[in-house]
Ligand binder design. Structure first.
Ligand SMILES: NC(=O)c1ccc[n+]([C@@H]2O[C@H](COP(=O)([O-])OP(=O)(O)OC[C@H]3O[C@@H](n4cnc5c(N)ncnc54)[C@H](O)[C@@H]3O)[C@@H](O)[C@H]2O)c1
Length: 419
């Protein structure tokens, strides 16, 4: 039988996946957000994952994008790529995943395969999603239908390491399902696949990729807090240490976004449910969450050192997205700096031509400035190419200003401080 694939959730992960699969199979992309589907059908992708041309070409051939549930019921493979955020209390919010599972369950037929790509904790697919699939479909797991888990590893904004260039971890609920999942991805992933022995192993592999990155960054962030007190430059120390072959060269910085700053909590949740409270993972999270506050107070103390009065001064923050050259603002830590500086009594402008201004208002309740002027403090928070190319000197108040470079990308001689 020729596969017909349905991708549930057309965001940063789902859209590129639907487009990649549509080069080999008939694909229906389904999203509950009708506005998103309408935009995509007019070749507009606000996530910047697909160009107008690529979308137009894909939609001319085997890709259909819809919000109409009736159109997805004759698929035989369902791939779920919906969000998995955490709640305010940092607990996994499975509402999107469970609701998508209910939707898929309504369409399931004997022999169908359901693959999850959303980031979860080990056990989530089989313990949380499968019961919903069974209830909603009336079918029996591993008898009537099968599951797989294949974590997404894309890096939005990165034009080199794109979906098909990154090795894909695959798994299935039976050896046969695992083989089917593996072959399916192998047909589109140029970098190949890595099949694990169980769904739990694949789920855990994704959770630890991001938790490891979070921890490595938290270590250098902690070093930045220590070296600031000592009065030495962290980047210089790291560059010196990195001349040894086995030193891991991580840079200090703000850790935001909905992967690295979120996924460790999935692991924490699972560990706690089994009676173990992780210390290392949580302490890394705590350090990383402090960095916005540290940057703001550092900028203020550098201003005082230069004799610039704080009250009534203006500060400019360059960049609000959670990473460079990407328009995603979810869980960005830049607003922490913004609010801290306001608490210190500064008037703060936030400038980011890459971010969507309406999204920033909606998500962070901050209005972006369109025309930055002159400032007593300038903070480079996100290293978008355009900020590096243009530099920051134009924004300096000629009577005195502090430049702080969070990303350590500007010329050292031109800045007053960096992380
Ligand atoms: N963005 C990344 O860089 C990245 C990388 C690797 C893994 N992930 C993981 O992939 C998953 C998806 O992330 P994303 O960034 O693509 O999210 P996203 O918010 O960009 O997109 C999710 C889409 O799912 C839709 N949706 C929500 N509930 C739905 C439902 N019940 N039925 C159909 N559609 C529904 C939303 O409308 C939205 O368009 C998350 O678990 C995330 O952690 C993301």
């Amino acid at each position: 039988m020729q596969n017909k694939i349905c991708i549930i959730g057309l965001g940063y992960v789902g859209l590129p996946l639907a487009m990649a699969f549509s080069k080999k199979f008939k694909v229906i992309g389904f999203d509950i957000d009708k506005e998103r589907v309408d935009q995509l059908n007019t070749f507009e992708d606000k996530t910047n994952q697909a160009t107008k041309k690529a979308l137009e070409e894909a939609l001319k051939t085997d890709l259909t994008l819809t919000s109409d549930l009736n159109l997805i019921s004759d698929c035989n493979i369902y791939i779920v790529t919906v969000p998995t955020p955490v709640t305010k209390e940092k607990k996994p919010d499975l509402s999107f995943l469970l609701s998508a599972s209910k939707t898929v369950g309504l369409c399931l037929k004997k022999g169908d395969l359901v693959i999850y790509e959303s980031t979860v904790y080990p056990g989530c697919t089989e313990d949380d999603c499968v019961p919903v699939l069974e209830r909603s479909s009336g079918l029996v797991f591993n008898k009537d239908f099968y599951c797989g888990y294949s974590p997404e590893r894309i890096n939005p904004g990165d034009k080199v390491n794109t979906l098909t260039k990154i090795k894909k971890v695959t798994s299935g609920s039976t050896p046969e399902a695992a083989q089917e999942v593996d072959e399916l991805y192998n047909s589109i992933i140029e970098a190949g696949t890595h099949k694990t022995s169980s769904i739990k192993v694949a789920e855990a592999s994704k959770a630890i990729e991001n938790a490891q990155r979070d921890l490595n960054i938290s270590f250098v962030n902690e070093l930045a807090l220590i070296f600031d007190r000592i009065g030495i430059d962290t980047t210089e120390v790291i560059e010196a240490a990195a001349t040894k072959w086995n030193f891991l060269k991580f840079k200090p910085g703000l850790v935001g976004g909905h992967c690295i700053s979120v996924d460790p909590y999935f692991l924490v949740h699972k560990a706690k449910s089994l009676g173990y409270t992780p210390e290392v993972i949580l302490s890394g999270r705590n350090v990383n969450d402090q960095m916005g506050k540290f940057v703001a107070s550092k900028v203020v103390s550098l201003m005082k050192e230069k004799g610039i009065k704080i009250e009534g001064s203006k500060a400019l923050i360059l960049g609000v997205t959670f990473k460079e050259n990407c328009n995603d603002i979810r869980n960005s830590k830049v607003p922490d700096i913004y609010r801290e500086l306001i608490d210190f009594g500064l008037a703060v402008d936030l400038y980011d031509p890459i971010a969507a201004a309406e999204e920033v208002i909606k998500t962070h309740q901050i209005t972006l400035t369109k025309t930055p002027s002159k400032y007593e403090a300038i903070i480079l928070a996100v290293s978008h190419d355009l900020f590096i190319e243009n530099g920051v000197k134009d924004y300096k108040n000629p009577n005195g200003a502090v430049i702080y470079d969070i990303k350590s990308v500007l010329n050292r001689a031109d800045v007053d401080g960096r992380l």
